[in-house]
Design a protein around this ligand. Structure first.
Ligand SMILES: Cc1cc2nc3c(=O)[nH]c(=O)nc-3n(C[C@H](O)[C@H](O)[C@H](O)COP(=O)(O)OP(=O)(O)OC[C@H]3O[C@@H](n4cnc5c(N)ncnc54)[C@H](O)[C@@H]3O)c2cc1C
Length: 728
């Protein structure tokens, strides 16, 4: 074997939170990628709210999507992995980030921009009864319910706590939103220092007047306690309230306190002038979650935004191990506070002004800001750069120590009938079949559909198990085959751990477990499973089991292929991909059982060949034909938009060649026809159910959370006519 040329190690930069600083880091990495660096962003939300436009949204001037930045296309354009998860802890000595419900992520350099939430813990009853303004999306969802209730009531009162710019804008925008509800009173409990204590008298006076004109009662007292239907203020007053909204002092995420990072007295991450942790050089923090030690900064989006460019530069510099740049916060900056209607107050130093023109000015600034983060779709084929040549063949296996560490951490399962498994690994696993049962076995191997290895492991397991469920088999065991992209050993170990944990979690829920496998290094992340199950040989559900007159039921919506093809080009929205991921993660056990319980004899899972391809296989095996209604076929959110825009998965053209077997292809709009050929991963089941069982079967499927629909009917084959006829 020739000597391996020296190569640059792949290093992991992990961004935690998709806040105002990190969106700028992503934008800058999209414009100029850092060679040899793998970028990952971990965020609880796919849509990041932009605080500058939230009051305008609440007042009714913007749509929800106008004031949210979509991390899905932004991360794609930065070639970053987007991991939808909540960070829950940090182990800086092992350089591991812990996340809820999945294995930890390894990093070389990590940056935190996870914002803050109102400090509810210091106010008795606030955690149970108050509504914090952050996380913003939870606030917006809960606000909708409050508003609906206020619209039904003869009278009502909203109490808002917090006299800073956030509380004032919140009160004025919500008052404007509910301007048709004169019976609803608004009270702002501004704190003992009154309105806008950090602003000059001129600004305070203008906003106090705006509040008075809007009919908002201003009380210079802090919130002291909250009950189910009232608030108690620090001056002892008890005020009945339908809702208590909190825009009070910011508090950090509680887990930062246990992270081992240096923190300030309130628990925010202490950073130096370069935004680097004062205790851990591999960790950076920006925005609300950081405590800038050179001088205290207010928790304001303006700082988070301004820190973005310096943070991006310093993350690169830290990875290149060159000196960092200082961040120099401005002493003064322009503040624009909207007053509900399209009117705003501007302040900078001693300057203050107000008017509708100030609102239009703010609107222009905000829209220009948002436009910077709407990235144009990426050219097809762009992707992560490969490091230099690596060995192939057996040399491409992962190191034995790495493998041993990962496998020893996998939970040991006592699988029925297992004689030799991962407990005492040998050349092969040995499993006994239960008496009277037959072995049902199937293999699937997929290149990564998503770049989050844990999620990908789950998806492959669902996809592979679908074959067993379709046959009526009970899953028992699985062998894994993993190909990892080149990276540092620590990153590969974390990826393999995540991949196997994802697969194992799904297998365990299905009553099965991993009994062996093989892993190696390849051009890109790819993963497969050989799944083994057993079944009663007399009760197998096969493709050819369709009967004339059966109604065709599909248990999941289609569109995975086109959505992920669009996502690769940065052309799919975050909420579309969120919905697709939820569908991919839906287990097949319950729908398969329900179909069998309702007498389905012909069942298959819809995967790579698309609905038409798999239906054709069933019809050919049964010697029958079918009618199919494209309008009745459920589509995932955004799937028809993606098809209309021409996004097709690489397998779609081959699937389309089956079009000769379809009659009346003009029965529906082109995108609805294209959906029928869209390749699926972990797709739903297609089954024939007798007419008298259909309603009960559909009801049971829907109760189990499936988006199931009747999409056609099985008929007798008509000589040389196409086996599938499309109907309106
Ligand atoms: C009503 C209102 C109006 C405001 N108006 C203005 C204004 O006009 N101008 C201004 O400068 N400031 C304003 N602010 C303040 C501003 O919202 C914050 O200072 C700003 O959002 C802080 O930005 P950030 O980047 O630190 O965090 P955020 O913008 O809060 O972003 C945090 C991100 O991290 C994610 N996240 C959180 N926890 C985790 C976790 N555990 N794991 C993974 N991801 C996580 C979140 O989903 C989110 O994407 C306003 C605040 C309010 C409440």
């Amino acid at each position: 074997m020739p000597a391996m040329p020296p190569e640059r190690p792949v290093r992991d930069l992990v961004l935690v939170g998709g806040g105002h600083s990190h969106i700028e880091v992503l934008r800058r990495f999209a414009l100029g990628p850092e060679p040899g660096v793998r970028l990952t962003v971990v965020s609880t939300a796919t849509l990041t709210p932009y605080s500058g436009m939230l009051p305008g949204y609440l007042a009714g001037h913007y749509r929800r999507e106008d004031c949210h930045i979509d991390l899905e296309p932004l991360a794609r354009s930065a070639r970053a992995r987007l991991i939808r998860a909540a960070a829950t802890g940090l182990d800086p000595s092992a350089r591991l980030l812990h996340c809820a419900g999945r294995p930890p992520l390894a990093y070389d350099v990590l940056s935190l921009d996870i914002g803050s939430t109102p400090r509810l813990d210091v106010i008795p009853g606030a955690r149970e009864h108050a509504l914090p303004v952050k996380p913003v999306d939870a606030f917006l969802d809960r606000w909708e319910a409050i508003e609906a209730r206020l619209r039904r009531q003869p009278e009502g009162r909203i109490l808002i706590a917090g006299g800073g710019a956030g509380g004032v804008e919140l009160a004025l925008s919500l008052r404007h939103r509910l301007r048709d509800l004169g019976h609803v009173r608004f009270v702002l409990a501004a704190g003992s220092q009154g309105l806008l204590p950090r602003h000059r008298a001129g600004v305070r006076a203008r906003l106090a007047r705006a509040m008075a004109e809007a009919g908002i009662d201003l009380i210079p007292a802090a919130l002291a306690a909250v009950g189910a239907d009232h608030a108690v203020l620090a001056d002892g007053r008890r005020i009945a309230a339908d809702a208590v909204l909190c825009a009070i002092d910011a508090a950090p995420a509680p887990w930062l306190r246990d992270s081992g990072l240096a923190i300030d007295e309130r628990g925010f991450v202490a950073v130096d002038a370069t935004l680097r942790s004062t205790s851990h050089p591999a960790v950076f923090a920006a925005g609300d979650c950081a405590a800038f030690t050179p001088r205290p900064l207010a928790k304001s989006g303006v700082y988070a935004v301004r820190q973005g460019p310096v943070l991006a530069a310093n993350l690169r510099r830290a990875l290149r191990t060159v000196p960092l740049r200082p961040y120099r916060p401005q002493r003064r900056f322009l503040t624009l506070i909207s007053t509900g209607a399209r009117h705003a107050v501007a302040a900078r130093g001693i300057f203050a002004a107000e008017g509708d023109w100030v609102w239009r000015w703010k609107d222009r600034i905000d829209r220009r800001f948002m436009a910077m983060y709407r990235m144009p779709p990426m050219a097809a084929g762009a992707g992560m750069k490969m490091p230099a040549m690596r060995c192939g063949g057996c040399g491409a296996k992962l190191g034995p120590d790495l493998l041993r560490r990962v496998l020893s951490d996998l939970p040991r399962r006592n699988l029925p009938g297992m004689a030799v498994g991962l407990d005492q690994p040998d050349d092969a696993a040995v499993v006994a079949l239960p008496p009277g049962r037959v072995l049902v076995t199937s293999v699937d191997f997929l290149p990564a559909l998503v770049d989050d290895p844990y999620r990908f492991g789950r998806i492959v397991a669902h996809h592979a198990l679908g074959d067993l469920y379709a046959m009526g088999a009970e899953p028992a065991s699985a062998l894994a085959i993993a190909s990892l992209a080149p990276a540092s050993e620590a990153a590969q170990e974390a990826d393999l751990r995540a991949l196997l944990a994802g697969a194992d979690d799904v297998l365990a829920a299905a009553g099965a477990g991993l009994i062996g496998g093989h892993s190696g290094e390849g051009l890109e992340l790819a993963f497969g499973l050989t799944v083994n199950g057993h079944a009663d040989p007399g009760r197998l559900t096969v493709k050819g089991g369709l009967r004339r007159g059966d109604r065709l039921i599909l248990t999941k919506p289609l569109g995975i292929g086109t959505l992920f093809a669009a996502a690769m080009r940065g052309a799919a929205t975050g909420p579309w991909i969120d919905a697709a991921l939820a569908s991919l993660d839906q287990p097949g056990a319950a729908p398969a059982r329900i179909l069998r319980d309702h007498g389905a004899a012909g069942v298959t899972d819809v995967t790579g060949f698309g609905l038409i391809g798999h239906l054709l296989e069933m019809l050919r095996a049964a010697g029958l034909a079918a009618t199919l209604s494209p309008a009745a076929v459920p589509a995932l959110p955004g799937a028809l938009d993606c098809l209309r825009a021409g996004h097709a998965s690489s397998l779609a053209p081959a699937n389309l060649h089956q079009g000769v077997a379809v009659e009346n292809a003009s029965a529906a709009p082109a995108e609805r026809i294209a959906l029928l050929y869209d390749p699926q991963t972990a797709g739903g089941f297609l089954a024939g159910v007798a007419t008298e069982q259909v309603e009960a079967c559909l009801a049971a499927l829907r109760d189990a959370g499936c988006t199931a629909a009747v999409i056609g009917e099985v008929a007798a084959a008509q000589g040389s006519a196409a086996p599938i006829r499309l109907i309106d």
